[in-house]
Write a protein that binds this ligand. Structure first.
Ligand code: GLC
Length: 710
């Protein structure tokens, strides 16, 4: 009997096993299988045509999956500050959906100014949840290019002039984003520091400056952030386009750094099938095919990595080795994102996301000057506040290029001040008329900012109204229009546009408590800085702009932002302008513009320190409504090891709770090479109650010849 039972059992077990085998889930569909197993299993099931189809776009923002194998299409979307509204399949115009109004988070220049890596992580998580809800697998961000000129059109999208600050913030943003199964696409790799001539500028830069200034944030994104995507840049380096540049993509990114993710072209950044095949491009987006023999415009099968590549494979011009590498990387991206079954559905426009946007915004606002404690404005005041300026009412979430958004709401500075103080305490004067338009890619603000009055009339109105005000708060600065803080062009002057200087000077003469809030992504010239009481850098803060600004201006939030870039007095104080190398020189008989980064490693405060130039406001500068004292700064290691460690005590010597950023600057050890006097190599943000002290540890992996804690 036993034998019978055993044999029956064995037969049943065999039957189950066979049945199970017959229905066994293929490895590539098994979420419990490791990713590399799934990649290899999917790859071996795919045809050459299917492999080619997944490495180039099929629409404006999507690329194909493998329908036959149940691998879904892959969806990307802009941008670094929020999830862009959907456009038509093959047009930049709006799809006209009514379910894609998002939360606009503050621009990354503001995030950098928080010097708070925990907020960077929160930012990434929040943005990923909005992306998931919108069915997006990859966010085209963060932008981590270094700001080397205050004219940079996209500096508002980047995180300042210092590689260490940019690296720390980018790593946590990426980790937050990818923790939810949404891929980052860190951009624009690399040397994409100008918008002027962005498609044709050929950057010439020393290897040292490349390694010490322009690559570190990308290297940290890959090695520490674990970025799954990198976006090539439009421009050229060593005469080769950066979307298929052998040195940067094959030798450095994939070779030295071991990047296992996907290189995505910038939209329209691909120019050659041969180079794209051989130099490491893995996903081609946004090409125009009228450069190819087919002449069809934007026909996806005519992309450089589409039919031309397929034809080359069939003719034996290309081996399948590169194709399999590209397909593996794209499949790996799928299994990290779209093929996951545990990502959930995210959320959009949640209270948590608005709270995060407001917190990041308020913590990034920088109090630059505050004479006679002009700020904060006490909400219990009995008098009036006069709010002045177009930037008090103009929506800034629309415009600026690809980071433009369609928001569920955007609280203006004026509305924020009214909400905080009460309508009866707030008066408004236009002050100046700048750009009254408000649309991008078919998204319109719906605002009517038209005003036919002359500058003189507008200034006269503001001066007249100021007579009845206890304080005058001017919201000026730049905006997201062409030649301002906007993709595609750089600014053409360091000065404020639209006659703002005259307005500020007139109000400074007429009133003793004038506060200027600069809404911008860049520094600007301030010839009247000594004539006003307070100056605030207000950034582009997104949906919660007005609330965050009012929080800080009324003291509900004690400002703790610090500048992520140097604020020069004049443009000539900046290396690229002092040396006259920006924006470069057009090559004879060519559309190529050669730009030599002659300032080398001396970018931003490194240049100012080297040349003894006093900026209007220094890198890392930012005031508080309380005061802090640093004491007992000392080096705590014996200098023998490779790591230098330091300690300092921070005390809140004022009457208000506040946060201080403690920064370690070092000068590298003498090794025969010239080194900047100071380089930021660590920072910590500490929150202290009045009278409270904390000891902060800081460190640097390397030799040090001098150090300071600021
Ligand atoms: C743009 C930008 C890039 C953006 C892409 C898609 O031209 O350079 O940052 O993500 O195209 O809109």
């Amino acid at each position: 009997m036993n034998i019978m039972r055993h044999s029956t059992t064995a037969m049943v077990a065999l039957l189950i096993a066979t049945t199970a085998t017959a229905q066994k889930t293929p490895a590539y569909l098994d979420p419990s299988a490791d990713i590399e197993t799934r990649v290899e299993d999917a790859l071996k099931r795919m045809t050459t045509e299917e492999k080619v189809r997944i490495i180039h776009a099929q629409s404006k923002f999507s690329s194909a999956g493998v329908p036959r194998l149940g691998i879904p299409d892959f969806w990307t979307d802009d941008g670094p500050h929020g999830v862009r509204p959907d456009v038509l399949w093959d047009e930049w115009e709006q799809a006209g959906q009514t379910n894609d109004s998002c939360v606009a988070f503050p621009a990354l220049s503001c995030l950098a100014a928080t010097y708070n890596v925990e907020l960077a992580h929160l930012y990434g998580v929040s943005l990923a949840e909005e992306a998931l809800y919108r069915g997006k697998d990859m966010i085209l961000g963060p932008g981590v290019n270094i700001c080397r000129t205050p004219l940079g059109g996209r500096n508002f999208e980047y995180m300042g002039e210092d590689p260490w600050l940019t690296s720390r913030m980018a790593v946590e943003y990426i980790k937050g984003l990818q923790s939810k199964g949404v891929s980052a696409c860190v951009k624009h790799f690399c040397l994409n520091n100008d918008e002027e001539n962005r498609f044709t500028v050929n950057v010439k830069v020393s290897d040292r400056a490349l390694r010490e200034i322009y690559l570190p944030a990308f290297e940290a994104a890959v090695k520490e952030g674990g970025a799954w995507g990198i976006m090539g840049a439009y421009n050229l380096y060593q005469d080769q386009h950066l979307c298929h540049n052998k040195r940067t993509l094959m030798d450095i990114l994939k070779g030295e750094w071991g990047f296992d993710g996907v290189v995505v072209s910038d939209w329209g950044g691909t120019h050659s099938t041969d180079e794209a095949v051989k130099n490491g491009l893995d996903m081609e987006f946004g090409s125009w095919t009228n450069g190819l023999t087919h002449g069809a415009s934007n026909a996806y099968d005519n992309y450089y990595l589409a039919n031309p590549y397929l034809a080359g494979l069939r003719k034996g011009r290309y081996s399948t080795a590169e194709l399999d590498d590209k397909a593996r990387r794209v499949l790996r991206l799928f299994f990290r994102t779209s093929m996951r079954t545990d990502r959930g559905h995210g959320s959009m426009c949640s209270e948590a996301h608005y709270a995060a946007a407001r917190q990041i915004a308020a913590e990034g606002i920088v109090l630059l000057q505050n004479k006679r404690n002009a700020l904060p404005i006490d909400p219990r005041m009995t008098g009036k506040v006069l709010v002045v300026g177009e930037n008090a009412i103009k929506m800034m979430t629309v415009g600026g290029g690809s980071s433009s958004l369609k928001v569920q709401h955007e609280i203006s500075p004026l509305d924020g001040m009214i909400a905080a103080l009460g309508r009866e305490k707030v008066d408004f004067a236009r002050g100046y008329v700048g750009d009254t338009t408000g649309n991008y890619n078919g998204v319109t603000t719906g605002q009517d900012l038209s005003d036919r009055r002359s500058p003189a009339e507008l200034i006269a109105e503001a001066v007249s109204k100021a007579e009845d005000a206890d304080a005058v708060v001017i919201f000026g600065g730049l905006n997201k229009s062409d030649y301002q803080d906007c993709e595609g062009h750089d600014r053409q002057t360091y000065s404020l546009p639209y006659g703002q200087d005259e307005l500020v000077s007139a109000l400074a003469k007429a009133h003793k408590r004038v506060i200027f809030v600069c809404i911008s992504g860049n520094p600007v010239a301030m010839p009247w800085a000594n004539d006003v009481e307070a100056i605030v850098e207000g950034w582009y803060l997104g949906s919660e702009t007005g609330n965050a600004l009012a929080d800080v201006l009324t003291g509900a939030v004690n400002p703790s932002g610090k500048l992520p870039f140097t604020w020069p007095v004049k443009l000539e104080d900046v290396g690229a302008h002092a040396l006259g190398t920006y924006p470069g020189t057009r090559r004879e008989g060519s559309d190529i513009v050669d730009e030599e980064y002659e300032d080398g490693i001396y970018v931003g405060y490194r240049w100012a320190d080297k040349h003894g130039i006093k900026p209007l406001f220094a890198f890392g500068h930012g005031l508080s409504y309380t005061t802090f004292k640093l004491s007992g700064a000392r080096r705590t290691d014996d200098g023998a090891g490779g790591k230098a460690t330091f300690s300092v005590t921070v005390t809140n010597t004022g009457k208000t709770e506040g946060a201080e950023v403690v920064k370690l600057f070092i000068r590298k050890a003498d090794d025969g090479m010239d080194h900047p006097l100071r380089e930021l190599k660590d920072f910590k943000k500490v929150r202290l109650a009045p009278g409270e002290s904390k000891t902060v540890e800081l460190s640097y992996e390397g030799g040090v010849s001098a150090w300071s804690i600021e």
